[in-house]
Design a protein around this ligand. Structure first.
Ligand code: PLP
Length: 388
């Protein structure tokens, strides 16, 4: 037998799911309950938890944030002829929730400090057809929801917040999702709290609540049967299967219960990145997230906007050789193939286009704490090479 020498290589992934240790027990318990569909024991526990801990009202657990936003678009009665204002710098799901209803996405520019929608540019996009404003909370930094609500009120528009990344973040003391008409969260494996695939819709507009139950249950009034109001349920509305299974909810509860611990662990990574990149930011070589002092973040992600696309590309390629894997940000939606089909061209949103070409998202997950020194040292060397 020949002896093989094993070289343990450090690899810094972009993302890795964190397990709290309680998932197995909860999932097994749900399994043994023999009630695995939506709105059962673990689903109810997650809903109560979100309600108690984050003041989120009228929660509907859904199979994803994507489906939560689709449900939200149905509730808001979006249809052909309606326009929705949203950033181009977002995930396809944000726009799809609208286009799937036949409504038209109107893309707005973003601010370089947070990469969130530029509130000062919303009003000029409002027309007689505008029905909704749909901001996102990029990297877990809350959008300026108070100002967005003011604009919406003035023009009688609905606000749906894509809070996929911002569970647990706060804007001016209010948890993300508690202010707009509706908000959607994600529990996808790339987010802070994961159940594989999962999401939630929170509804603050009481007029929509009854209908929400119908939409979630395939357009039936099954909710009234469960409440004992009706003996048989029937088809009463449009709808879909917008339910998260109890098995997924069991995993979700384990993660929810540790949301503060997870946030604290992740804050160590934010701190390390801030320390490394701040001197470069101060000298104007690059930009890092600027969290307004009235916001509290959940430490979902950290981004760096390089001064040139070339320096961004060098950063990615040098680090790849060292097994460190930062990732590019979103490709803007307006200049994507689908955006072009909708009539947009890249030059329509020059600020977004430019920022997106220079941004990098850094590796970010709880267990990165164990390899943080390797990660930071390599990034530090890389920055010295680039900005020598
Ligand atoms: C992750 C994400 C989504 C999609 O979430 P799913 O739960 O995978 O559907 C939507 N919008 C934003 C901004 C996201 O980051």
């Amino acid at each position: 037998m020949t002896k093989k020498s094993i070289i343990m290589e450090t690899i810094i992934l972009f993302n890795r799911v964190y397990l709290t240790g309680k998932e197995q027990g909860y999932i097994l318990d749900s399994l043994n309950s023999r009630r695995h569909c939506g709105n059962h024991s673990y689903g109810q526990k997650c809903i109560s938890y979100l309600n108690d801990e984050m003041n989120l009202k009228n929660i509907f657990l859904t199979p994803s944030c994507t489906s939560a936003m689709e449900m939200g678009a149905m509730l808001a009665d979006l249809g052909p002829g309606d326009e929705v204002i949203l950033p181009s710098y977002t995930f396809s799901s944000t726009a799809n929730a609208i286009t799937i209803r036949g409504a038209h996405p109107v893309f707005c520019e973003i601010c370089p400090e947070t990469m969130n929608i530029d509130v000062s540019k919303i009003e000029q996009l409002i027309t007689a057809k505008t029905k909704m404003i749909l901001p996102i909370d990029y990297a877990g930094i809350p959008c300026e929801i108070d100002q967005i609500m003011q604009i919406a009120k003035k023009h009688k528009l609905v606000v749906m917040q894509d809070a996929a990344q911002s569970i647990g973040s706060k804007h001016k003391g209010e948890f993300c999702g508690t202010v707009p008409d509706i908000a959607a969260f994600s529990f996808h494996e790339t987010k802070n709290l994961s159940c594989g695939e999962g999401g939630a819709l929170t509804i603050n507009n009481p007029d929509w609540l009854d209908r929400a139950h119908f939409l979630q249950e395939k357009g039936t009034d099954r909710s009234l049967v469960l409440k004992g109001i009706k003996s048989k349920y029937s088809w009463v509305d449009i709808g879909s299967s917008f339910l998260l299974s109890d098995l997924n909810s069991a995993m979700l509860l384990a993660q929810l219960e540790d949301w503060k611990v997870i946030g604290e662990k992740r804050s160590v990574i934010t701190k390390a990145y801030n320390e490394l990149f701040s001197p470069y930011a101060e000298q104007g070589m690059l930009k890092i997230p600027i969290v307004p002092d009235y916001s509290e973040v959940n430490h979902h992600a950290f981004f760096v906007i390089f001064d040139t696309e070339e320096n961004k590309d060098s950063f990615l390629s040098i680090l790849k050789e060292k097994n460190v894997y930062p990732y590019i940000g979103y490709l803007p939606l307006h200049s994507s193939p689908m955006g072009q089909k909708l009539g947009y061209k890249a030059s329509d949103l020059p600020i977004t286009e430019n920022l997106a070409s220079r941004i990098v998202r850094l590796p970010f997950y709880v267990e990165l704490v164990n390899d943080l020194e390797y990660c930071i040292d390599n990034m530090s060397e890389t920055l010295k090479t680039i900005y020598k």
